[in-house]
Design a protein. Structure first.
Length: 181
């Protein structure tokens, strides 16, 4: 029997860097118990992953996994969100804050996948589950709250992922440039 963390290490030699990071992000993310059969703990912590790598220094792929480890972030709720964050950084843009809450001190405040608080820019990846009627309503309420607070929302869809997020990166750059002007 293996653990999710050990499986990640085993796959390190097979995966490209972006997927080593994306899958690592999934290991350390905070689960949502209401959506994940009550699971309320990450599959692994950063400390767990470091211990695993330290215990397997002889293993092929440990160097690749260790390199990816430095880029893992808690807060990417999906592989596409991780890939988007990595594309933003690779494009030379500032690393976005993940799970950005409209009102940080309010645990019930609407939140977006990532963004830049100081620029009032929220970036939301809308995967297939956002096509559900109830989810569309929650998304509309979230978006309205952000807009009413003066934020700009960039919605990202699977078509953007297929295009390596090029159009999204242009929109983020344009927003950063207009904010700097």
């Amino acid at each position: 029997m293996t653990t999710p963390a050990r499986t990640w290490l085993d796959l390190a030699v097979e995966l490209g860097e972006e997927f080593r990071i994306a899958l690592g992000d999934q290991l350390i993310r905070r689960p949502r118990p209401e959506l994940e059969n009550g699971r309320d703990q990450p599959l692994a912590s950063m400390a767990d992953l470091r211990e695993l790598l330290d215990a397997h220094v002889w293993m092929k792929g440990v160097g690749l996994a260790r390199s990816a480890l430095e880029h893992l972030r808690v807060g990417a709720d999906s592989v596409p969100e991780s890939l988007l964050r990595q594309a933003i950084i690779a494009a030379g843009l500032p690393e976005p804050e993940l799970q950005i809450s409209l009102w940080p001190l309010d645990p019930y405040a609407p939140s977006g996948d990532m963004g830049y608080r100081h620029l009032k820019l929220v970036i939301q990846y809308e995967g297939a589950h956002h096509n559900d009627e109830a989810q569309r309503l929650r998304d509309a309420l979230r978006d309205r709250a952000f807009r009413e607070a003066g934020w700009t929302i960039i919605l990202v869809r699977v078509e953007d992922l297929r295009d390596d997020f090029r159009a999204v990166l242009r929109r983020i750059r344009a927003h950063l440039a207009s904010a700097a002007a």
